[in-house]
Design a protein around this ligand. Structure first.
Ligand code: SAM
Length: 224
C-alpha cells in the first residue's frame, strides 16, 4: 500500500472512531504528508495511529491526538496561532492547512516554538519540503514564555504537558474570545487535556480526556 492509501485508511478509521468529524480537519489530515515529518527509518509507520520517536528523546504525537486538538481548537481561515512544542512540525502544518488554505484571501499564520535546536532545524526542513514555510514560523526558545512579539493569538496549542498551573504568559497572550488547548497535570502520568476559553478576565476550563504527553520544560513548566 502506498502512502496516499495508508493516509486515507488512517483518516477513515479516525472518522469511524468519532475522533474526526469536521470536514476541514478531515481535509487537512488527508493533505499533510505525515511521512515527510518522521525520520526515514519510521516512514513505513507514519500512518499508524501511534506516537513515533523524532530525536532528542521527543515524539510526534499519535494522529488521533493531532486530530482531536485541531477539532477542539475550532481553527479557521485567518487565525493567528501559537504552538508550543514544534517537535516534527507536523501539527503546525495541519494548523497551517486550516488557517491558510490554498488560494486563501485572508491567510492566517502559525508561530511555533521548540526548545531543542536539532528539532527546530529538522522541522524547518520538513515544512519547507512540504510547502508550508511561508505560513509557519519556527522559533527556537522556551515556549512557556509565549511569543510576545506576535501576541495576542486567536488560538494557542501546547503539545507538551504543563504543570497544573497553566503558564501565565500563555493566558495573557490569548485574545479575548480565544481558545487554548493544553495538556496539564503531572510530569509523566495523570495528565488531562483541557480546552480553555478566554472571556475578558475569565477563563472557562473544560476537561476533555486523560492523556500522556512529554513534559513542558521551561520557566513556567517543569524543571527537567
Ligand atoms: N507538535 C509536535 C509534532 O507535531 O511533532 C509534537 C510535540 S512533542 C509531543 C512535544 C515537544 O515539546 C517536544 O519536541 C519538546 O522538545 C517540546 N517542548 C517541551 N518544552 C518546551 C518548551 N518550554 N518550549 C518549546 N518546546 C518545548
Amino acid at each position: 500500500m502506498n502512502f496516499e492509501e495508508k493516509k486515507k485508511r488512517l483518516v477513515e478509521s479516525l472518522k469511524n472512531r468519532d475522533i474526526l468529524s469536521k470536514p476541514k480537519v478531515i481535509q487537512a489530515m488527508l493533505t499533510v504528508p505525515r511521512h515527510k515529518f518522521v525520520p526515514k527509518d519510521a516512514e513505513s509507520s507514519a500512518y499508524m495511529d501511534t506516537p513515533l520517536l523524532i530525536g532528542a528523546g521527543q515524539t510526534i504525537s499519535a494522529p488521533h491526538m493531532n486530530a482531536m486538538m485541531c477539532e477542539y481548537l475550532e481553527l479557521k481561515e485567518g487565525d493567528k496561532v501559537l504552538e508550543i512544542g514544534t517537535g516534527s512540525g507536523y501539527h503546525a502544518a495541519l494548523c497551517a492547512e486550516l488557517v491558510a488554505p490554498k488560494d486563501s484571501k485572508n491567510p492566517g499564520h502559525v508561530y511555533t516554538i521548540e526548545r531543542h535546536l536539532k528539532l527546530v532545524k529538522n522541522a524547518k526542513k520538513s515544512l519547507k519540503e512540504s510547502d508550508y514555510e511561508n505560513i509557519v514560523t519556527v522559533i527556537h526558545g522556551d515556549g512557556t514564555l509565549g511569543y510576545p512579539e506576535q501576541a495576542p493569538f486567536d488560538k494557542i496549542l501546547v503539545t507538551a504537558a504543563s504543570p497544573k498551573k497553566i503558564p501565565p504568559p500563555l493566558q495573557e497572550q490569548l485574545k479575548d474570545g480565544g481558545i487554548l488547548c493544553i495538556p496539564a497535570g503531572s510530569h509523566s502520568f495523570g495528565q488531562n487535556l483541557y480546552i480553555i476559553k478566554k472571556h475578558g478576565k475569565d477563563f472557562d476550563r473544560t476537561r476533555i480526556t486523560g492523556v500522556r504527553f512529554v513534559p513542558l520544560i521551561g520557566k513556567y513548566g517543569f524543571e527537567t
